[in-house]
Design a protein around this ligand. Structure first.
Ligand SMILES: [Zn+2]
Length: 118
């Protein structure tokens, strides 16, 4: 089932705040996808479509979950980008979508301070 990540793909980590599970998003930078058809929405067209497009568009993580890490009000956010978490927080389903060659990249993140010693 695992497919190699596209060339130039970057991994982003999105934490589900309620469960602290960290999902993986693989994103190919815009500069690496010149042929990607994309709808361009003007930022200042006054309709709010630009913000709605950003905040209302789910970010689909590797395991297929829809996450919303772009919600502007952090108190209402259910997901958040993170770069610091424990390895065991990684979503197993997301991890399994990676090939053995790509799997080490899932561990390229910072570790939180040790707090369990308290
Ligand atoms: Zn996942």
């Amino acid at each position: 089932m695992a497919k190699p990540l596209p060339e130039h793909a970057e991994l982003h980590f999105i934490e589900t705040l309620a469960t602290t599970t960290v999902h993986i998003e693989a994103r190919v930078p815009v500069w690496a996808t010149p042929d990607e058809p994309a709808e361009t929405i003007a930022m200042g067209d006054g309709t709010g479509r630009f913000l709605a497009a950003i905040f209302g568009t789910p970010t689909i993580v590797r395991c297929g979950q829809r996450t919303f890490p772009h919600v502007p009000d952090r108190s209402k956010a259910r997901h958040a980008f993170t770069s610091r978490f424990r390895d065991e927080q990684l979503c197993v389903a997301c991890y399994r979508t990676l090939t053995p060659e790509d799997q080490p990249r899932a561990f390229e993140h910072e570790q939180p301070e040790l707090e369990s010693a308290l």
